[in-house]
Design a protein around this ligand. Sequence first.
Ligand SMILES: [Zn+2]
Ligand SMILES: [Zn+2]
Length: 293
Amino acid sequence: MKILFLGTSASKPTSERNPPSVALQYNNGEFMLFDCGEGTQRQMIKKVSPMKISKIFITHLHADHIMGLVGLIQSMKLNGRTQLLEIFVPKDTIVHMKTLFSIPYFSADFEIHVIEAFDQKIEFDGYWIRPFPVSHGVPAIGYVFGVNDARGKFNKKLCDELGIKGEMFSSLEKKGTIEVNGKIISIDEVTGKLRRGKKIVYTGDTEKIETFPEEAYNCDVLIHDSTFISPDDKKDTYHSTVKEACEVAQLLSAKKLVLTHISQRYETKEVEEESKKYCENAIVAEDFLEINL
Ligand SMILES: [Zn+2]
Ligand SMILES: [Zn+2]
């Protein structure tokens, strides 16, 4: 699985940074996008195939997070896409997405489902998403992306000894226990250890919040709004400072913190130096940064 930062600026592009978008390449080659700022499809060239994007998770409808959608969808159409595209948005914002897609001559020849994401887990094939509310002055959500936990393989020799065979395996997988020759056997006894699936938390734009769903804790990567260094610059913008992002990483026991949505007023080096004061495992995102998980 790979995380690719396509855009890491706050509000507008700079010579080094594109507006926000993060691509996630799942194990099977499927891609997902988190936000889709202006110019995202150009950032994708030679790195992300538009045809392999199955889902786009939008955190909120500020222009810097959605203005790449229309162009990207037009390119998908020109490339002859037939596959469904799912776009997840915060509650009460479908109406605005309809407005966005009502520009002249815009159409797609494939199905697009725009889905309002509520404060609950959504299961997919092999992975899940847990949207959660953040605080940004407009309807806004963050997402926890998680891969399902995976069990080790059956211990063949042991299963033979215990008399587990045929359809008993699928029954054991389904129920967790099975009775063989009058003895109850649990799946844990005859398989390798459960391997915990990787988890990524993406906050999108938000001021510091302290309430997260339990799925967000102990994440492998936390990608957090870090628009400002100084609280004086921040004022009442509903964004976070580097220090606040580091505090959230600590709260969630995140293994790695990636600071993104960087204001144009700062050099990357300044943001790095600020983060070092509070957090050892923080890095500052730059466009085209890749993280393998
Ligand atoms: Zn933004
Ligand atoms: Zn915003």
